[in-house]
Design a protein around this ligand. Structure first.
Ligand SMILES: *Cc1c(COP(=O)(O)O)cnc(C)c1O
Length: 241
């Protein structure tokens, strides 16, 4: 089992490095976020022992049950949709939130972080494709959100995240990734936010995402194998039966 994760990790790291090289980027400019949703603490520990330190979870309830049983020294990232009534446990458990998609939510995270005595890094989830079924804010909403973020002291807006619609042909994802980078470049120039982080790319399309500028690739299946549960939407998981 450990050999399985170790081997898969090495293969992912090689592919990430090759994609960085193709894009003329340094190999350490794209980082792996191991998306461990549905996998038990023992599996997370195996990956930890292989050197992985950043893990992503998408459901608050699941994270709450698992995190206390995982090694300390992990940086926990929330990648799934966040409801405002779940913010308090989230700021206590997680270090980074990839899925902030409204000013109201950002303000709630700010207040809860202040109460918890923490300062969280957050990324704004942008719906680049304009598909109605997805979470994420419209690109037009980015300036208002950044404007609002200026006065919030307990959240650090570090970048943008996107999740394009699934397409068999990974080249179909490329324009979405490119658009996210262009939005970042535009708003970095017009605001005081560096927006260094671009969270984009999953098992199916992470190499394309790196070629287009991803700094975090969120990878589950390629590292841990297929999940036993069926997902719908943005990281929401429905049990089969
Ligand atoms: C599940 C999930 C991932 C990882 O997906 P894989 O295809 O298994 O790599 C990445 N990002 C989000 C938001 C997810 O919900």
């Amino acid at each position: 089992m450990t050999a399985g994760i170790q081997e898969r990790l090495l293969r992912i790291q090689e592919r990430m490095a090759a994609a960085c090289a193709r894009a003329g980027r340094s190999a350490d400019s794209a980082r792996l976020l191991a998306v461990s949703k549905t996998h038990p603490p023992e599996t997370i520990r195996e990956a930890f022992e292989c050197g992985v330190r950043a893990f992503g979870e998408s459901r608050v309830q699941e994270a709450r049950a698992k995190i206390p049983n995982c090694p300390s020294g992990i940086s926990w990232h929330l990648v799934g949709h966040l409801q405002r009534n779940k913010v308090k446990p989230v700021v206590e458990m997680f270090d980074v939130i990839h899925s902030v998609d409204s000013l109201r939510l950002l303000e709630t995270v700010d207040r809860a972080s202040a109460e918890a005595g923490r300062r969280l890094d957050v990324l704004l989830e942008v719906n680049v494709s304009g598909e109605s079924a997805k979470f994420g804010l419209s690109p037009d909403a980015i300036p208002d959100l950044l404007e609002g973020a200026n006065s919030l002291m307990n959240v650090n807006v570090v970048g943008l995240m996107t999740m394009p619609p699934f397409a068999e042909d990974v080249e179909k994802a490329r324009p979405h990734f490119r658009r996210l980078r262009e939005l970042r470049d535009a708003w970095r120039g017009k605001t005081g936010f560096a927006l260094d982080e671009l969270s984009m790319g999953m098992t199916h399309d992470f190499e394309v995402a790196i070629e287009e500028g991803a700094t975090w690739v969120r990878i589950g299946t390629a590292l841990f194998g297929e999940r036993a549960k069926k997902e719908v939407g943005n990281g929401e998981i429905h049990e089969e039966n």
